[in-house]
Design a protein around this ligand. Structure first.
Ligand code: NAD
Length: 432
């Protein structure tokens, strides 16, 4: 099939590359000329394991193209995926849909034969209705069908998640579109993905409900970790004991810092805004948002306790600054709250991240980037393990930290507290 992905970010690029690998002709479009030029030269704008090889393979096979020409790309394609960003609006919790609606207007100028227009971007309930209205101002409804097909991939595991999804959700009651899309996804369905056909509005809501539920699970275990710290119980035992219950499941039940990333914070807010619009109140999700917003303050409080409130001139090292391991995505990472707060108190921050230096910290005088772990940790008074990259799991702290009075705050519980005690290292973790 001939596909066009509009928006070549984490979702558009990964799904475009994976669809081409399934044998489709794919054009990935972006308004960012630089990004497209780089992609044509095999330079990938994001860190995503396995993406580069797959992209180059399919680009060489001519199944994958990159373009900034939206009109031309739309006219050459049968199925158009909208994959642009839907961030939170500046004021309030609503999703900013301007990128989506701008694309819808552009699409309406270029439809001459039947097209399926898909929202892969995460969009609030009734956005599909609005897109349909925008396009039908210029195009007969017989020539297009607007479908919701939310994406559930996770950064860092995106290719695997795209190729082996638990489910493919298709929100449409249009029989022709449903048949075409079932066919498009048949290679994934034959590998075990469940195909779920719902109304368009239900598909839109399934995405938000899923993300809000996962954010709730994380927040739930994070709050229980707070309790564990007071009663001398290890949160890891609680996670294992709970997670083995099939009704609960062990995933997203690991205590840690505040959840971040480009999805959970904005999607939990947007779903509460949607509920407000329709005069209902999602009180559970609202309290999850509040608890998570408070989590970075709790983490900082613990840092202050570890350093006995003497923060000025202390060398604090962050291992990992992205919102989680295996991604370069800094959006809403808890390090963006914690690092500025520590600098304000006079700390000197040194960090290492396997995905390199971050623009977000360049504006701070007291934040430096080290390009390897040994350099990052050697002068530290406190080492904060902020993300759970494999690179951080076997560090010889005793040998590599030159300051003998250092402490470790392991926000991901990747080390054994007992082994650290045996090695006489001052070690603090979460919920222990
Ligand atoms: P992103 O910011 O990485 O990429 C969006 C891209 O769209 C950018 O490259 C931007 O230049 C481009 N763009 C914006 N307007 C355009 C236009 N008019 N024409 C062409 N290109 C345009 O965003 P993302 O992380 O890929 O997320 C996209 C959507 O998918 C969001 O709604 C998000 O919530 C959802 N989603 C994201 C993830 C994830 O893990 N990142 C997972 C599932 C769903």
């Amino acid at each position: 099939m001939k596909l066009c992905m509009i928006g070549t970010g984490y979702v558009g690029l990964v799904s475009g590359v994976c669809f081409s690998d399934l044998g489709n002709d794919v054009i990935c479009v972006d308004k960012d000329l630089n990004k497209i030029e780089n992609l044509k030269n095999g330079i990938i704008p994001i860190y995503e394991p396995g993406l580069e090889e797959l992209l180059i393979k399919n680009y060489k096979n001519n199944r994958l193209r990159f373009s900034t020409n939206l009109k031309d790309s739309i006219s050459k394609s049968d199925i158009i995926f909208i994959c642009v960003g839907t961030p939170t609006k500046k004021n309030g919790n609503n999703a900013d849909l301007s990128q989506v609606y701008n694309v819808a207007k552009e699409i309406s100028k270029s439809i001459k034969r039947f097209k399926i227009i898909i929202t892969k971007s995460t969009v609030p309930v009734t956005t599909g209705d609005e897109i349909e209205k925008i396009i039908s101002k210029k195009v007969s409804k017989k020539l297009f069908s607007v479908v919701s097909n939310p994406e559930f991939l996770r950064e860092g595991d995106a290719i695997r998640d795209f190729t082996y999804p638990d489910r493919v959700v298709i929100g449409t009651h249009n029989k022709k579109s449903n048949k075409i899309l079932k066919n498009l996804y048949s290679p994934l369905i034959s590998k075990g993905a469940k195909y779920v056909n719902t109304s368009r509005r239900a598909a839109e809501l399934i995405k938000y409900a899923s993300n809000a539920f996962l954010a709730t699970k994380i927040t739930f275990i994070n709050e229980l970790a707070n309790l564990c710290e007071k009663i001398n119980v290890n949160i890891e035992d609680i996670s294992i004991g709970m997670g083995l219950d099939n009704r609960i499941g062990s995933r997203f039940l690991r205590a840690g810092p505040a959840y971040g990333g480009s999805c959970f914070p904005k999607d939990t807010k947007a779903i509460t805004a949607t509920a407000n619009k329709f005069k209902t109140n999602l009180t559970v999700i609202k309290s999850v948002i509040k608890s998570n917003e408070n989590r970075s303050s709790l983490m900082l409080k613990k840092v202050f306790e570890i350093l006995k409130n003497k923060i000025k001139n202390k060398n604090i090292c962050f291992l990992g600054v992205t919102f989680k391991a295996n991604t370069d995505d800094m959006r809403d990472s808890s390090s963006l709250t914690m690092i500025p707060a520590l600098i304000k108190k006079g700390a000197k921050i040194n960090y290492f991240d396997p995905t390199g230096e971050k623009l977000d910290f360049k504006k701070f005088n007291n934040v430096t980037f080290s390009n390897n772990i040994k350099d990052a940790i050697k002068k530290s008074d406190l080492i904060i393990i902020h993300t759970e990259w494999n690179d951080f799991k076997n560090i010889n702290f005793k040998k590599d930290v030159k300051n003998k009075k250092f402490s470790i705050f392991d926000m991901r519980n990747i080390y054994s507290a007992d082994k650290m005690k045996d090695n006489k290292i001052k070690y603090f973790s979460i919920g222990n």
